[in-house]
Write a protein that binds this ligand. Structure first.
Ligand SMILES: [Zn+2]
Length: 65
């Protein structure tokens, strides 16, 4: 499943703050995610993110790269 910068996704795994909605802020073997509830950033393995995606909340119209 392709992920792009600035995608907003809801994951099955919740952040300790209770939020489950994240924005993609870095792409690579590890995906950088910013919790939209508390603003903290985490790094998660791409395979783990892809497995945990519950739904796409928002997708940029034109991926930058
Ligand atoms: Zn959070």
């Amino acid at each position: 499943m392709p992920l792009y910068m600035d995608d907003v996704v809801a994951l099955r795994k919740q952040h300790p703050c209770g939020g489950d909605t994240w924005r993609v802020v870095r792409l690579g073997a590890d995906i950088g995610l910013r919790c939209l509830t508390c603003g903290r950033r985490v790094l998660v393995r791409r395979s783990e993110v892809e497995r945990d995606i519950k739904r796409f909340v928002e997708r940029p119209l034109a991926p930058a790269d």
